[in-house]
Design a protein around this ligand. Structure first.
Ligand SMILES: [Fe+2]
Length: 126
């Protein structure tokens, strides 16, 4: 059984998939069950913590004090509304700054999630 927005990883080939429609089946890759990635909660002392700055009423900038090297980098950043209906994702190159500017007027609030190639999935509650 899967749930919408869950992330799964294949421990053989490193495929990462995100669920958009829930189902009763088990996700399989390379002949074995994929692993559900835990959402670790980042606090402000952690490099995976999202620093959110308000640019204007609806425009926000998110950045991370995280290294961006071929060996260790953030692969993507997601902004997800608390009701799960709105999602914005940015895929990052290994050498570009870990940041995202977006517009969001979601009244229900949002959280930020990222996937780090070395440390897995991290979530910042905003
Ligand atoms: Fe990391």
């Amino acid at each position: 059984m899967t749930e919408r927005l869950e992330l799964y990883k294949c421990s053989v080939c490193s495929n990462v998939v995100e669920v958009t429609n829930e189902g009763v089946g088990v996700l399989v890759c390379c002949g074995q069950n994929m692993e559900l990635l835990n959402e670790n909660i980042a606090d402000s002392s952690n490099a995976h913590y999202a620093i959110v700055e308000n640019i204007d009423e609806i425009t926000k900038n998110i950045r991370f004090n995280h290294v961006m090297t071929p060996e260790h980098h953030i692969e993507f950043i997601e902004v997800i509304s608390n009701d799960g209906k709105y999602l914005k994702r940015k895929f990052l190159e290994e050498i570009e700054p870990a940041q995202l500017t977006f517009k969001c007027d979601c009244k229900e609030g949002f959280y930020v999630r990222l996937y780090c190639n070395r440390d897995g999935c991290w979530k910042t509650l905003v």
